[in-house]
Design a protein around this ligand. Structure first.
Ligand code: FES
Length: 120
């Protein structure tokens, strides 16, 4: 039984940051294919969630991190950055995106479709 290589559709991945530019415990907003995403660095690696808070639209990249919990900078709603789960309002999660580090660069899989709200 041999190893079978499965091709990865790289067109759904976006190169968003230099990995060493973000240290554990920090986050910032990046843009990937017209979509604003909060990139978070934890001790276990990088995580990515939608940047727009589902409450009133604040940029989560300006929020504050407490372990794996990201707090919105406006009214403090809390989210688990590993899954996007809403901790303050479980019915209002953030979308999360897969990440990977390749040759010192952070990549986010944002999908191949157009972002919501964008013209096709
Ligand atoms: S805008 Fe995020 S909690 Fe209000």
């Amino acid at each position: 039984m041999g190893f079978r290589w499965l091709p990865v559709p790289m067109d759904s991945w976006c190169d968003v940051a230099d990995a060493p530019s973000l240290s554990p415990g920090h986050c910032r907003t990046v843009e990937a294919r017209g979509r604003r995403i909060t990139l978070v660095c934890l001790e276990d690696g990088f995580h990515a969630v939608e940047d727009t808070c589902p409450h009133r639209g604040a940029s989560m990249g300006s929020g504050f991190l407490d372990g794996c919990t990201l707090h919105c900078p406006l009214h403090g709603w809390a989210f688990d950055v590993r899954t996007g789960a809403g901790l303050t309002r479980p019915d209002k999660p953030l979308r999360s995106f897969p990440t990977r580090v390749l040759d010192g660069r952070v990549w986010i899989e944002v999908g191949t479709g157009t972002p919501e709200g964008a013209a096709p």
